[in-house]
Design a protein around this ligand. Sequence first.
Ligand code: 5CA
Ligand code: ZN
Length: 412
Amino acid sequence: MRSWPASDVPSLPDAGLPAAIRPLSLHDTGTGTTRPAGPDGAGGTARMYVCGITPYDATHLGHANTYLAFDLVNRVWRDSGHRVHYVQNATDVDDPLLERARETGEDWRDLADREIQLFRDDMAALRILPPDQYIGAVEAIPLVIEMIEKLRGRDAAYEVGGDVYFPVAADPAFGQVSRLTREEMAPLFAERGGDPDRAGKHDPLDALLWMARRPGEPGWDSPFGEGRPGWHVECSAISIEYLGMAFDVEGGGSDLAFPHHEMGASHAQVATGERPHARAYVHAGMVGLDGEKMSKSRGNLVFVSKLLRDGTDPMAIRLALLAHHYRADWEWTPRGLDEAQARLGRWRAAVSRASGPPAAPVAAAVRDHLAGDLDTPAALEAIDAWASGAGADEKAPAQVRAIADALLGVAL
Ligand code: 5CA
Ligand code: ZN
């Protein structure tokens, strides 16, 4: 599918600032530790897969927060001299999308196309850098079929009433992404799209790979009958097709650690006989509203497109999100947006001055904070401190503008 337009990323050395030194460290759910993420050594291409939307409703601030976290990963890697190979999917055929289309009487394809376009527009407005490959589940069906064939060849697929399942027992490393006990897995599996009670499964946690066509639903031909892909195998197949195994970061919100990233890793590891699927599994916190996680199914949403339509500056939205650490769970409030708007005003006024305090220490501080698991609240404070100080450096305002743009994606 088409991706979305990229905003320019200034080079800080071109702006007269020194090159970055400290490599990026990120918190990896798979080990529970914060450790270096990205290619070993200088240069080299960093490889990242981030799970995309299920396009049955507009982008809300929770989505925006998650994509923003991985946009920072992208920017910090680039600033360190890496090229970044970034892949994202869109789950453009799945139960919730088909359900919504049924409810409203719209064709599921039209619904998906419209919401994906809205998502592209929102991402471009928020200056979130686009993936190099933006791949829909429907266009990935041949890859999914190929992967299920590989799993079948390794005795890691079985049939229940025409549907095909993955036996979690096939992967000795199962559980190593989320590090949950089976007791902890069971309720999450049921809550997040799994079917633990389906009769005939070998293990309640076994995951659906291929769903035989249901009446009134779309289906595609395959060696295991007409049907459509399961959810986890979609991301598993797309990620290894475009990035290979052992790519640097697989990302998403914390609700994807289990079962989604766990199952995707097991599918990939069993299908290829290699491991790991990703070198780090990185998860952003959940943004809530009125005491509950913002979610399409709960309907407690603040849409990016609505804020933009109402005249909110997209850079204020970006700053409101950056004011929280990406791994924190937090609540969206109108006050947070007002504070971000005020901060944006202060920063804009400061970079419009004829001079200011030197920018090199600001670059060092912002880089340092971001390199340590994306500590954006501290990075924002470093720019606040510069903006509230006075100085005679005439190059500094343009340099701080470049720092905010390159590292934080905030256009001043
Ligand atoms: N299509 C799948 C991934 S393959 C999916 O989870 N789609 S989604 O539209 O439900 O979510 C897209 C991304 O936004 C996921 O990474 C999810 O973890 C994240 N997300 C969803 N709700 C929130 C929220 N309230 N706060 C933060 N991130 C969220
Ligand atoms: Zn995914």
